[in-house]
Design a protein around this ligand. Structure first.
Ligand code: GCO
Length: 455
């Protein structure tokens, strides 16, 4: 970390915003209720072996039936904002066609509750729960984000949601982490829809980016004035100081970071192996890039930790092997705790994209599985230390000239952690999955106090 302080008041500017983040499939439950259609995660979690504990988001935190209770927790936190996601298959059960009124009604009630409690809604339109009907292409061809039509359906969905709740939504994020959507969902088979197409998955990246751009157009048409991203970025480091590992790290950096930041912020794809990645994308790429690079009001960054990359053995299907950097303390998830990596990332983004709009940290957090002790207290000091260090890393970046406006902690509450099911707890609030009882952790009280102290 820079020369910033490691104790005492965290030196964040007046007006800096604090929030928390969640996602529909991870907290709502009610997976088949009130007309909601199946998503690719409902399908994926039903496939044996896909989820480490065999669980799903069928019930999750049952947020669908507990909005009042959960917004009251945000109010008690003193949070400025709350980032949630809208479940596309709750609004359009088959991805397009007839709207499900009960689905829109739910988000109408949610934003009303947030506004009534002085909490600014940040709505993510896509946090991975694609309507299953769009994944299963009607013509038997490529479905989901491999199919350009999905981007068009996404823009139509964006327009309908904006019309209903746009008057109360403060900030919009069209697509959460298009790199994870395309690379983990279509290239490596680790996330829904579970395809392992390797470089044949690149069209999914392009169409997710096109969906972002078309949704920005739809949101602007509906009067939106604060639209951004939630891009998962990580400093990429060669595992060893060798030419081969440095080349592998550069390639992975282009795929993980540049392929999703450059089109949005520069209107072009990064180079890879001496030519533009755009040449690997389905056309019309130039026209699409003009849509994808529509001006934004903030650049949302999801940060967890730097990644280490090594060259793959000769003949491997993919020329790199990636993993977490080593030599640092780790969370219960095994992710390294590297707060200075967040300062490094923010400085790198500003240097690489001089015209970048203000930054919002749309996700930052950690998994520690501490549960209630005999007194019912969840003493998660490790999460307090993590959040303290990462907020100071943001303060360091701001002191060095990066315009960062907000920090949204992932997550408000423990929730369904994708392929890890319920084995990883990221929440400021502990959730007992048997009783669904919420217990604010010590980190919740610390975050509330920090928010007050920084006002
Ligand atoms: C992500 C997703 C979240 C995760 C969180 C912890 O960044 O992967 O946006 O849904 O749950 O980041 O992995």
């Amino acid at each position: 970390m820079g020369e910033g302080r490691t104790t005492g008041r965290i030196n964040l500017p007046a007006g800096f915003e604090f929030g928390t983040s969640t996602a529909a499939y991870q907290i709502e439950g009610a997976a088949t209720e009130d007309g909601k259609g199946p998503s690719i995660w409902d399908t994926f979690t039903a496939e044996p072996g896909r989820i480490i504990d065999g669980s799903s988001g069928a019930v999750a935190c049952d947020h669908y039936h507990r909005v009042g209770e959960d917004v009251a927790l945000m109010k008690r936190l003193g949070a400025d904002g709350y980032r949630f996601s809208v479940s596309w298959p709750r609004v359009f059960p088959t991805g397009s066609g007839p709207v499900n009124p009960a689905g829109l009604d739910f988000y109408d009630r949610l934003v009303d509750e947030l506004v009534a409690n002085g909490i600014a809604p940040m709505a993510t339109l896509y946090h991975w729960d694609l309507p299953q009907a769009l994944e299963t292409a009607s013509d038997g061809g490529a479905g989901g984000w491999l199919n350009r039509e999905t981007a068009l359906r996404f823009a139509e969905y964006a327009a309908v949601v904006a019309e209903r709740i746009g008057d109360r939504v403060a900030h919009w994020v069209p697509v959460n982490e298009p790199n994870v959507v395309s690379l983990l969902g279509y290239a490596m088979g680790m996330h829904a829809p579970g395809k392992a197409l390797l470089f044949d998955a690149l069209p999914a990246a392009h169409h997710a980016l096109l969906g972002h751009g078309l949704a920005v157009q739809a949101l602007r048409a509906a009067g939106a004035t604060s639209i951004g991203t939630a891009n998962n970025h990580a400093p990429i480091r060669p595992a060893n100081d060798t030419d081969a590992d440095r080349a592998a790290a550069d390639l992975f950096d282009a795929l993980w970071n540049g392929m999703f930041a450059d089109p949005v912020l520069l209107g072009r794809y990064p180079a890879m192996d001496g030519s533009s990645l755009g040449e690997a994308m389905p056309g019309p790429v130039a026209e699409d890039l003009a849509v994808i690079s529509a001006p934004l009001d903030f650049y949302g960054v999801n940060y967890y930790n730097p990644m280490g990359v090594a060259a793959a053995p000769e003949g491997a299907e993919v020329p790199f092997v990636y993993g977490e950097v080593t030599g640092y303390p780790t969370t219960d998830f095994g992710w390294p705790v590297v707060p200075e990596g967040l300062t490094e990332l923010l400085l790198h983004l500003r240097a690489t994209y001089p015209g970048m709009p203000p930054v919002r940290i749309t996700e930052s957090g950690c998994s520690y599985n501490t549960g209630p002790d005999e007194h019912g207290v969840v003493d998660d000091q490790a999460r307090i230390d993590y959040l303290d260090a990462h907020l100071r890393a943001v303060a360091d970046a701001i002191e060095q000239g990066v315009d960062v406006r907000a920090y949204y902690c992932w997550s408000l509450m423990d929730n369904f952690e994708w392929a890890e099911g319920y084995t990883q707890r990221f929440g400021l609030v502990h959730v007992d999955y048997d009783t669904l009882v919420r217990t604010p952790k010590r980190s919740f009280d610390w975050y509330a106090e920090t928010i007050r102290a920084c006002r």
